[in-house]
Design a protein around this ligand. Structure first.
Ligand SMILES: Cc1ncc(COP(=O)(O)O)c(C=O)c1O
Length: 289
């Protein structure tokens, strides 16, 4: 990727020249954890929250980060990588793999491989925020109960890849994961919210969804603004009677949904617009002047 700068184990490379070993366990087994961030005013947004989730993901996989990868050390590597990208706002991906191994699942391996990718931030076109995006339901097979282990953000993105491909083939923007027994989970790479009876609803983490950083911010804002919000299971049939829907992710923020398959929701509703405005203010507040 020619506009990216990549740091691998402390060394900076042009995006097109960055390489890791084929024996790296991240490549071989998806044995890795990662975070995606964006900057605001050049600074990584919600860094403490992303760092905490990275540590939790690594802990769940028993992937030892070690003292060389404590918060300050990792942040220093991130700042060095960001400084090498000329644009003001940047996209940032931090990947930590278990390191280079010997092809066996439990064999010896080297220290963790730390890859930091930074590139200029590309935001969604303004029309998507004004008009909303279309989602397509992606049915998980009965054998894949949630499609994702909610306890960690790992390199295994297989259901996300399949859901995205199916959504694009259906002319939609993103796939919405729904279990074989009709429980709505989350987008391929976003948290799902609906508004029904004026209440903001999102599935609980126990449903098998990622603990989205933006999700946490939106639920916190709802509390602050006195907007009723509920974390509870969402049945597929509820999509028919939802008044508004939106999705959230770190890079895109709060994105209104105008359609899910054949169900139209129209332009962004009042609750979605309130959450979008509050989230924009929260982002600015969190990085400071
Ligand atoms: C499956 C999944 N759910 C939700 C999200 C949104 O999480 P966050 O708000 O931390 O970006 C992502 C982001 O990549 C994701 O992959």
């Amino acid at each position: 990727m020619h506009d990216a700068v990549v740091q691998i184990d402390g060394r900076l490379y042009a995006g097109d020249e960055a390489r890791i070993s084929v024996f790296d366990r991240g490549f071989l087994f998806g044995d890795s954890v990662y975070e995606v961030l964006r900057t605001l005013r050049g600074r990584p947004l919600f860094w403490p929250e992303h760092h905490a989730r990275l540590v939790a993901s690594a802990g769940y996989l028993s992937l030892e980060l070690g003292p060389g990868l404590d918060e300050a050390a990792l942040r220093a590597r991130i700042d060095e990588t960001l400084a090498a990208v000329p644009s003001v706002e940047k996209y940032l991906r931090v990947i930590v793999t278990r390191g280079v191994g010997d092809l066996s699942l439990a064999g010896p391996h080297g220290p963790p491989t730390v890859v930091i990718i930074a590139r200029p931030l590309t935001l969604l076109p303004a029309e998507v925020y004004a008009d909303g995006c279309a989602l397509a339901v992606f049915r998980l097979p009965a054998t894949d109960v949630t499609g994702l282990d909610p306890r960690a953000k790992t390199g295994d993105k297989r259901t996300g890849v399949l859901a995205e491909a199916a959504a694009r083939a259906a002319g939609a923007y993103e796939g919405l994961r729904v279990t074989a027994d009709d429980r709505v989970l989350e987008g391929a790479s976003s948290t799902f919210f609906l508004v029904r009876g004026g209440v903001i609803v999102t599935p609980p983490l126990a449903a098998g969804i990622l603990a989205g950083i933006t999700r946490g911010q939106v639920l916190g804002l709802a509390r602050r603004l006195g907007l009723p919000a509920d974390e509870r299971p969402i049945g597929l049939a509820e999509l028919d009677t939802a008044e508004e829907c939106f999705i959230t992710s770190t890079v895109r923020g709060v994105v209104p949904v105008c359609r899910i398959d054949h169900r139209p929701y129209g332009p962004p509703g009042p609750v979605t617009r309130r959450v979008m405005a509050a989230y924009a203010a929260r982002m600015a507040e969190s990085v400071g002047p």
